[in-house]
Design a protein around this ligand. Structure first.
Ligand SMILES: *Cc1c(COP(=O)(O)O)cnc(C)c1O
Length: 227
C-alpha cells in the first residue's frame, strides 16, 4: 500500500520539488517500507517519537523536525535533525544555536516558519516580525551555527483553494522580502536561502502551482493517522 501511495505521490511531484514524507504517529515499520522504496527524507513533529525513530532506523535517513518545538526539548532534537523546519521564535533560534555549538556540530539547517493562516493556534513569525528580526541582527554573529535555508508555512485548515493560494503567495512574498532585504545586506543569497516549504496532502498540488520546492506529505503516503 505504501509503495503504491508513494509512487502515486511521486508521479505528481515535479523534479526540483523535494518530497518530505511525514511519518509522525506512524510506526517504524511503515517508515522502513517507504525507505525500501527509496524514500530518504522523513519528518516528525514530536520530540520523543522523533528521537526514538532516529535512533533505530537507518542512519542515512535525513530527518526533518516540523512540529512546535519547546526550547527545553531542543537538545534532544539537534543531534538527529538535518533540518528544523518549524523555527518560530527568536528564543528558539538562540536555543538551537546554543545546543548545536554544544555538541560540536558545525551547523544545522533551519527554516523560518511563517504564520499566514487564519488560525491563531498555528505558530510562526508574521512576515513583518521576521523581516524586522533579521534586519536587526547579523545572522553570522548572533547565530553562527544556524544555516538559514528558507521558509516554511501552512495554509489555513479550510477547504478553499483560493485561500490556500493567497496564503502560499504570502509565504513566497516573505521569502523574497527577506532575500531582497535583510539577507542580501548580509551576503546571504538564493544559493543558501533557497527553500520554500509549503504544501501537505490536501493542498500540495496548489502549492506546486504556487512555486513551492518542498512538500511535506503524510496522509497521502501513510494513510490517516491514529492519534
Ligand atoms: C502533519 C504535518 C504535515 C503532513 O500533513 P498531511 O495532511 O498528513 O499530509 C505537514 N506539515 C506539518 C507541519 C505537519 O504537522
Amino acid at each position: 500500500m505504501i509503495k503504491e501511495n508513494l509512487e502515486k505521490v511521486r508521479a505528481t511531484v515535479p523534479d526540483g520539488v523535494t518530497l518530505v514524507a511525514v511519518s509522525k504517529f506512524h510506526p517504524a515499520e511503515m517508515i522502513a517500507e517507504a525507505y525500501d522504496c527509496g524514500q530518504r527524507i522523513f519528518a516528525e513533529s514530536r520530540e520523543n517519537e522523533f528521537r526514538q525513530k532516529a535512533e533505530t532506523l537507518p542512519k542515512d535517513i535525513e530527518w526533518h523536525f516540523i512540529g512546535h518545538l519547546q526550547t527545553n526539548k531542543v537538545k534532544y532534537v539537534v543531534p538527529y535533525a538535518t533540518m528544523i523546519q518549524s523555527v518560530d521564535s527568536e528564543r528558539l533560534m538562540d536555543e538551537i544555536e546554543k545546543q548545536t555549538a554544544k555538541i560540536g556540530r558545525t551547523s544545522i539547517d533551519i527554516l523560518l516558519q511563517i504564520h499566514v493562516a487564519q488560525e491563531e493556534t498555528k505558530s510562526g513569525f508574521t512576515p513583518d516580525e521576521i523581516v524586522d528580526l533579521i534586519g536587526k541582527n547579523r545572522v553570522a554573529e548572533r547565530w553562527p551555527h544556524l544555516r538559514l535555508r528558507g521558509v516554511m508555512g501552512m495554509a489555513s485548515f479550510v477547504d478553499d483553494t483560493e485561500q490556500w493560494r493567497k496564503e502560499f503567495r504570502a509565504i513566497r512574498a516573505c521569502h523574497k522580502a527577506l532575500l531582497d532585504g535583510p539577507l542580501k545586506a548580509q551576503g546571504i543569497g538564493q544559493e543558501t536561502f533557497s527553500v520554500l516549504s509549503y504544501g501537505m496532502s490536501s493542498d500540495y498540488e496548489v502549492a506546486i502551482v504556487e512555486g513551492t520546492n518542498m512538500v511535506r506529505i503524510g496522509t497521502s503516503i501513510f494513510g490517516p493517522r491514529v492519534y
